[in-house]
Design a binder for this molecule. Structure first.
Ligand SMILES: [Zn+2]
Ligand SMILES: [Zn+2]
Length: 165
């Protein structure tokens, strides 16, 4: 069999996803034996997931900000009487961090072995713990992740603009 991209080269492996034959150089292009099309599909799916996470975070950020601001106006004694804007921004930030934390937590879980995975999943089946863990991860990593997503999207939009005929 010959490579599906380089007709003159013999194939050494099949794409793990779509079973297309790949030559030596095609097989070694990515860490796993995947053809270009499957890799692009993965990239698109990954970008879509990140975009969804980021959008959800922004919506929750605004909701958290709005809710805290409203509560503060209704009864300022609910919070410690420091600046209401600070409390509102912080509340929004904490709530907005949950989707990012949850995404990173899922990625981390998928990398575990089966046994680890089971025990971790048994622990987080109690959803308040899961939300708390995701919140903590989100608070710590949200700014960094937001920056990375934005950079990713920027590079992607620049690429798609230059590759258009
Ligand atoms: Zn493929
Ligand atoms: Zn090839």
């Amino acid at each position: 069999m010959c490579c599906s991209i380089h007709q003159q080269d013999p194939s050494v492996v099949l794409c793990l996803q779509c079973r297309k034959p790949l030559c030596e150089s095609c097989a070694n292009r990515f860490a796993v034996a995947h053809c270009q099309d499957c890799m692009r599909r993965y990239g698109d799916a990954y970008r879509r997931d990140n975009l969804r996470t980021l959008a959800l975070s922004l919506i929750l950020l605004l909701c958290g900000f709005g809710a805290a601001e409203l509560l503060f106006r209704l009864d300022p004694s609910i919070f410690h009487p420091c600046s209401s804007i600070f409390v509102s921004v912080w509340t929004g930030y904490v709530i907005g961090g949950i989707p990012i934390g949850s995404r990173l937590f899922d990625v981390w879980l998928k990398g575990r072995t089966v046994e680890d995975n089971n025990s971790a999943q048994a622990l987080i089946r109690w959803w308040p713990i899961k939300i708390f863990v995701c919140m903590m991860i989100g608070i710590a990593l949200s700014p960094w992740m937001a920056l990375r997503f934005t950079k990713d999207l920027w590079a992607w939009s620049k690429n798609s603009r230059t590759s258009d005929p």
